[in-house]
Ligand binder design. Structure first.
Ligand code: ZN
Ligand code: ZN
Length: 408
């Protein structure tokens, strides 16, 4: 991929995505094999006004070795210096930029149990810091291709063909072309998403009913004090940022503990570096009570039983089947993209920012209204070509989706 277009993309991430403020520090998470793009991005961060850019490098094959060779005790420990770093983050409030490029099943073969136990052990120490920065700083997730990921997406192409094709596909989804103004396109795109949210918010639905011929027949109740969000978000300090690049979704957080019926997945799910395919989940009293998967059944069970609240919902998202990502016909094996191809729901944590007036509320207050709190937040796709979604308010029905797309 040409350096000029990579720079254009990097600039978009730094400005429209993270919207780095003059003098603000940046924390950048990336894989070591992406050093070339990341160098351009760091340059763009400084040009946007960053006071310092702190790198958090990662490399999947090394993560895999760590899980194989370190003891559970060693993996579970949060070192003092790690905690100091987290503490510093709550004081400096850096923008966080995540560049993802991992192989969707690059952690295949890792002992899932060990991974899960280590995560559970580390969580209580990390959580207070995570809560302390919520809504107080900008963050964004964007992607660049790796050869391994590209081969997974385009298995019939050569390594370099696949890599170039994935670059093209990614840039298309984030509205970057050689001769356009991506910042202006993002503004236009955000406006469209905002209009959809306003339409949904005007109804104040009590619950949504999803139905499709593959077996999905499911109801989820909405928080009365909640609303639909999409596209750009706002920090407590009033800074606009775009958390996901790309994004096509309009979403809300349902009431944790109030959902009934069956959902059937319509796309494979890459979770913790491994795939779960062709699965369904039954909900009762808001909790997943029964499930099955053709592939990755035990991983699905680990995910749903991660903690007490992983079996409850944190998100409902609406995406029409004619969104640019679903029309590309590409299965990315990466939630950042695939979630924008299809209606999805998420198990685990909900989003405080879907509550009216959340910026003046505490986490506890949001949770008391029905926002789920969990160690996980995992999106999975349930959108089908013939999906119908109906919203109900005081018993009155309004069609939201018909044949997999907006009813109006
Ligand atoms: Zn989503
Ligand atoms: Zn989500």
């Amino acid at each position: 991929m040409k350096k000029t277009i990579q720079r254009k993309y990097a600039r978009l991430i730094a400005r429209t995505g993270a919207n780095i403020q003059k003098g603000q520090p940046v924390k950048l998470y990336a894989s070591v094999d992406q050093y070339e793009f990341v160098t351009i991005l760091v340059d763009e961060c400084y040009k946007a006004g960053a006071s310092k850019v702190m790198m958090e490098w990662d490399y999947q094959p090394i993560t895999k070795l760590d899980y194989r060779h370190r003891t559970l005790k060693s993996l579970s420990k949060v070192e003092k210096w790690e905690e100091e770093k987290l503490k510093l983050m709550t004081e400096e409030l850096p923008c966080r930029i995540y560049i993802i490029s991992e192989d969707p099943d690059g952690l295949k073969g890792v002992n899932q149990e060990k991974m899960q136990k280590a995560r559970i052990a580390r969580y209580p120490i990390i959580k207070p810091y995570r809560d302390a920065i919520e809504n107080r700083h900008q963050w964004t997730i964007a992607a660049v291709p790796s050869y391994e990921w590209a081969k997974k997406v385009f298995p019939d192409l050569t390594k370099s063909q696949a890599y170039n094709k994935l670059w093209d596909a990614i840039l298309k989804t984030v509205h970057v072309t050689e001769d356009n103004d991506p910042v202006a396109e993002w503004e236009e795109h955000n406006k469209t998403l905002r209009e959809k949210c306003e339409w949904l918010n005007s109804y104040k639905f009590d619950y949504l009913h999803y139905k499709s011929s593959n077996g999905t027949d499911f109801k989820a109740w909405l928080i009365p004090e909640g609303h639909w969000c999409g596209g750009a978000e706002l920090t407590k300090q009033g800074v606009v940022f775009n958390p996901n690049m790309p994004t096509e979704e309009v979403f809300t957080s349902p009431i944790a503990g109030k959902a009934e019926g069956k959902v059937v997945s319509t796309m494979p799910l890459s979770y913790e570096g491994q795939l779960i395919e062709n699965f369904w989940i039954n909900f009762k009293d808001g909790k997943a009570v029964e499930w099955d998967a053709e592939k990755g059944q035990s991983l699905l069970t680990k995910m749903i039983t991660m903690d007490e609240t992983a079996s409850m919902l944190g998100e409902l998202a609406l995406i029409p089947k004619n969104s640019p990502i679903s029309e590309s016909g590409i299965l990315f094996y990466e939630t950042l993209f695939d979630e924008n191809a299809s209606c999805h729901i998420a198990l685990g944590a909900g989003y405080n920012d879907t509550i009216d007036g959340h910026l003046d509320m505490t986490n506890e207050e949001c949770r008391a209204l029905g926002i789920n709190d969990s160690m996980i937040h995992v999106d999975f796709m349930i959108g089908a070509d013939d999906m119908e979604i109906t919203g109900y308010k005081d018993g009155k029905a309004t069609k939201i989706f018909e044949n997999g797309t907006w009813a109006e």
